[in-house]
Design a protein around this ligand. Structure first.
Ligand SMILES: NC(=O)CC[C@H](N)C(=O)O
Length: 361
């Protein structure tokens, strides 16, 4: 492994972390975010919600179970991944395992990163880096390979970029068509494939539409709004379309970005969290009950509970910091979660959200 080049992570406050490159040798910038899950790097890297971000993993040993096959079903849905490709700008780990072993592995994490042109650094004290991000809040950062000279004033942009437009499908795609089946419009803000799998498993037809498509012209039984990258305030076209759907009575459900866009359509506002929630063990309580669920999460923004319109109420609350984890309409079948009931990776405790939605159709 002596051929590996030095790789340096530079934060926008000038802090430098030196390590070695095990992925593609190129310079990238992005928002530096940490994820405390112990497993799931194939799913997280291919989650479109990580677009524009440098993913720091706090669990020290990464790569030991390799990478599953990048195969797709006849409908184009990935068999083991969450989309067609890696969306994170880079991955930053402590101890990269050059050896891997798993029944389903077909290659190493390092070779996958190289194939897809994505940098990876190891040898970074990711826990020290995370402490810094927790104290300061997320920051922009840059990865530089070797001794290349770099511009230390330009760390790129995150907040104002419409990442949803970059990752959403460009045309309508229909899955699982069949006589007599309920029809669900899925607004693709950067949908994780397990959301599509979770709906299809429940025997509905899924009509996946681009994020800014006016689905109100279609015939459908329920509306589902997906997860997606970046700042929800850049997705006004989607909010306008969802707002039109709120005038009707068809069931609406949303996940993560979907929760934020539904809340915005209902009149609420969104703010940026200091360092977000990215892990497999975020505890949420269902409001008005003693029920607590362990959830998978990946978000940097949150719905401001105090701005929810009179017709809305919080559905779940985060037990760590009291922030919003879902909303529901007081009288109509509209509800959503900030966490990921489809998991992938992470616990499947809240899969009932899909059952509930399909029951209501
Ligand atoms: N996974 C998601 O849908 C994330 C939503 C939004 N981009 C956020 O970071 O809060």
């Amino acid at each position: 492994m002596q051929t590996e080049k030095t790789a340096t992570l530079i934060l926008d406050d000038g802090t430098v972390f030196r390590g070695l490159s095990f992925g593609c040798e190129k310079e990238v910038t992005g928002e530096v975010v940490f994820n405390t899950a112990m497993t799931g790097y194939p799913e997280s890297l291919t989650d479109p919600s990580y677009a524009g971000q440098l993913m720091v993993l706090t669990y020290p040993l990464v790569g030991n179970y390799g990478v599953p096959p990048r195969t797709f079903g006849p409908d184009g849905i990935a068999t083991f991944m969450e989309s067609e490709k890696i969306h994170a700008e880079a991955i930053i780990v402590s101890d990269y395992s050059h050896e891997y072993s798993h029944w389903n592995a077909v290659g190493s994490l390092g070779s996958w990163l190289k194939e897809e042109g994505v940098p990876g650094i190891y040898g970074i004290d990711t826990r020290a880096l995370t402490k810094k991000l927790r104290e300061h809040g997320v920051m922009m950062g840059k990865i530089v390979i070797g001794d290349a000279k770099t511009d230390l004033t330009d760390f790129g942009q995150y907040g104002n970029v419409n990442y949803v437009d970059k990752v959403s499908c460009k045309e309508v795609i229909t899955y699982g068509e069949g006589e007599g089946k309920k029809r669900v419009v899925l607004v693709d803000c950067g949908v994780k494939h397990n959301i599509i799998r979770s709906l299809l498993k429940r025997n509905v037809t899924v009509i996946r539409v681009p994020w800014n498509y006016d689905f109100n012209t279609l015939e459908y039984d329920g509306l589902f709004i997906s997860n997606g990258p970046g700042d929800p305030d850049t997705c006004d076209a989607a909010v306008q379309n969802i707002r039109k759907a709120l005038a009707g009575d068809k069931p609406i459900c949303g996940i993560c970005m979907g929760n934020q866009l539904l809340a915005k359509a209902g009149g609420a506002s969104i703010y940026k969290l200091k360092y977000g929630h990215r892990s497999h063990n975020q505890p949420v309580r269902m409001v008005g009950t003693e029920k607590c669920f362990i959830t998978s999460q990946n978000h940097g923004y949150a719905v401001d509970n105090t701005t929810l319109g009179a017709d809305w109420e919080p559905l779940f609350i985060n037990m760590n910091d009291g922030t919003n984890e879902g909303i529901k309409h007081k009288t109509k079948p509209f509800f959503s979660s900030q966490f990921h009931p489809e998991a992938c990776s992470g616990p499947t405790d809240t899969e009932f959200m899909f059952d509930k939605f399909v029951e209501l159709l």
